[in-house]
Design a protein around this ligand. Structure first.
Ligand code: HEC
Ligand code: HEC
Length: 214
């Protein structure tokens, strides 16, 4: 739908302006990580608890992700992606705008606060039937970037361990279907050959590992 709406030269110009704005916000964020104000971040996080909850744990049915303990760069990039239309979700596009988070400092503060929250115990999991297969697929195809324990990396690779099953499922299908344009095409290509059961297997495996166990 969006592709159609933004097609033509006007769409292309809008895309370029948004990309410039995306870069202008992303670059200072990286250096602001060390200078973030956690008290201000906690106050800003008050705007997020209605959906992500006070512990940053999200919903175990996967409608809202766990964000507590996720790496600074990963969180910051997602907010900037939502703000400039590089990731689509009507709830988050509204929250990542200038009315809720004015500039780079606000984003750095709230993200620093969220990333230092302890990882919650509760997570939504799958049926358990395919966990072993999920572990095998993960080790062969995902571990090289997302890490041996699916802990991700500070450099901007998301922690997947302990994330809700339903959310992981949705992100993988969104990536394959091109609904998450900031996830590289290469990433989508890695996920595309997996059949439904294999996607379920990886998501279930990831949801069950890492962090304090329930
Ligand atoms: C109205 C509900 C709602 C509110 C309020 C909200 N979020 Fe979200 N958030 C969501 C949903 C739903 C998603 C998952 C979107 C998707 O499926 O792609 C999400 C995703 C995210 C992600 C991406 C996580 C990941 O692993 O990629 C980040 C970061 C995030 N939110 C941060 C925030 C922050 C910070 C605030 C407060 C300023 C906030 N959210 C407020 C509903 C909300
Ligand atoms: C070449 C490195 C690389 C490989 C291999 C890789 N990923 Fe990723 N993955 C990333 C990066 C980087 C991101 C974050 C992209 C962004 O910033 O939006 C990501 C994002 C994700 C997300 C979204 C996380 C969130 O919180 O929303 C999921 C789910 C995911 N990867 C699953 C997988 C699975 C499953 C595999 C193996 C089949 C895999 N990845 C292989 C680098 C990789």
């Amino acid at each position: 739908m969006r592709a159609a709406r933004e097609s033509g030269s006007l769409g292309f110009m809008k895309h370029r302006i948004r990309l410039a704005a995306w870069i202008a916000l992303m670059v200072p964020l990286v250096t602001l990580a060390a200078k973030a104000d956690l008290d201000h971040g906690a106050a800003l996080f008050g705007q997020c608890v209605g959906c992500h909850h006070a512990d940053g744990g999200g919903d175990s049915n996967g409608s809202t992700p766990r964000i507590a303990g996720q790496h600074f760069r990963v969180l910051a990039k997602q907010l900037v992606d939502f703000r400039y239309g590089r990731r689509w979700d009507f709830r988050m596009e509204g929250m990542a705008d200038k009315h809720h988070l004015v500039g780079a400092q606000d984003i750095a503060d709230v993200v620093a606060y969220v990333s230092q929250l302890p990882q919650p115990r509760e997570r939504g999991i799958g049926s358990g039937e395919f966990v072993e297969e999920g572990g095998r697929i993960y080790a062969a195809q995902c571990k090289s970037c997302h890490g041996a324990e699916a802990q991700g990396a500070e450099s901007g690779v998301p922690r997947l361990a302990g994330q809700h099953y339903g959310y992981l499922m949705r992100q993988m299908y969104d990536a394959v279907d091109g609904r998450r344009p900031a996830l590289s095409r290469l990433h989508g290509k890695r996920l595309a050959p997996l059949d439904f059961e294999q996607v379920r297997a990886v998501a279930d495996y990831l949801a069950r590992i890492g962090g304090p166990q329930p």
